[in-house]
Design a protein around this ligand. Sequence first.
Ligand SMILES: Cc1cc2nc3c(=O)[nH]c(=O)nc-3n(C[C@H](O)[C@H](O)[C@H](O)COP(=O)(O)O)c2cc1C
Length: 482
Amino acid sequence: MSADKPHPDLRDWIELADSLGCLKRFQGASWDLEVGALTSLACREVANPPCLLFDEFAGFPAGWRVLTNAFTHTALASQILGMPAAIGPTERVKAWREKTRQMQLAPVRECAEGPVFQNVRRGSEVDLLAFPAPRWNEHDGGRYLGTGDIVVTRDPDSGQVNVGTYRMMLHDRDKIGLYISPGHHGRIHRDKYFARGERMPVVAVFGMDPLLFVAGGEGLPESMNEYEWVGAVRGGPVEVVRGPVTGLPIPAHAEIAIEGFVQADRVMDEGPLGEFTGYYASGTRPEAYVQVEALYHRDDPIILGSMPMRPPADYYHVRSTIRSALVWDALESAGVPDVQGVAYMPSAWLGMLVVAIRQRYAGHARQAGMIAAQCRAGAYLGRYVVVVDDDIDVNNVDEVLWALWTRSEPADSIDLVRNCWSTGLDPRIPPEKRGRRDLSNSRLLIDATRPFHWREQYPRVANPSEALLASIRTKWGNKLFT
Ligand SMILES: Cc1cc2nc3c(=O)[nH]c(=O)nc-3n(C[C@H](O)[C@H](O)[C@H](O)COP(=O)(O)O)c2cc1C
């Protein structure tokens, strides 16, 4: 596959990673903690972490594999977005916005057959325990087949299909847990079916074109079908087969897919799972599981895994670009002018969102902060939203913290918003509140811009000018930098 061609499935992606020198293979590692620990170690201690491909699990057929860190390497992060590798994060967000503004959603291509149907198991033949699903962290309550997965559901009112990434814990040969946070589209669908006294049809896919996983994990607007978005980004339609049991679309080139039903009165304990916040916050709760009626897989299937871990995690480069762009789009659609940058801080991920504006009027900064904090892409499990002037690089933690220290005044610059959208994964929700099933949290909006009405009198920044630095570089750079 050439670098600028779309990648239709996970196997092409692995080939690409290999050809770019971004793949490491491991034979004989255990699914029990070793896959997770190696993935975590690579993220923490390897400068530019490669994809890890695990094979030859004891007790499982050789060739039944697990891939992790699918786009952690910066070369692969650029590839998946179709962006040049050598651009900075703010430029990447701008380029991504430009690309998505121009693209047309690409309707799926429906196929009669697909490699996913190479092996078909129905009813009592279904055996999810046959796959080397990892137990990722030491205190996890079980093996999770679904981490880098997608779950396909349909809104019973509108018929709209949604693709979301939600965790799935193995319970049994034909039962698999499904945890969907309140507010996520799959959960809204589920609650609608349950309110009608119906069971919800579900397709879940474990191992597919990683761009589908990217789409599943992002807060794309409800009107935007994730399959069609993926088709648009890669420049060719996603090929799907219709699930014979549920009628839901399954990526034809998927590695493993299931069809089944979730029912309100069929629940099992789900969790705990070491989560993407870096905690075991949601613990163990009864959750409606998927009763699996059909299992499909390719020969020598590959699970796509995404190790849940404290940020920055495997997906940061890609997801921060997409989410920042979505927040920027939302700000512009809401009429906030002169946004100059949007970024998530790597170590705080969803918890710290930074927006830079060129201030035009009194109240501009608060408006930007409020909308960034509450638009769909920016709202989920947020905590701090910081608005800075446009001389601050939103992706430079040092500059952002400097602006916080020197341009915000706690007595004047902060606003607190209560009862905001969070999730059971939020470690700071107190037990009694969690017990009441109140999964909301609060937002701190910090205006770290120079106050608008006296910004002209704000003390001058003490820094060598760019012009002075350029001339000094020319004159003395050789001596200093060599
Ligand atoms: C690796 C990964 C795992 C995730 N696990 C879950 C999960 O278990 N439950 C959940 O509700 N959201 C989970 N999310 C977040 C959602 O996928 C994300 O918020 C997405 O926007 C939801 O899509 P939706 O709005 O269409 O429901 C996960 C995201 C990623 C990237």
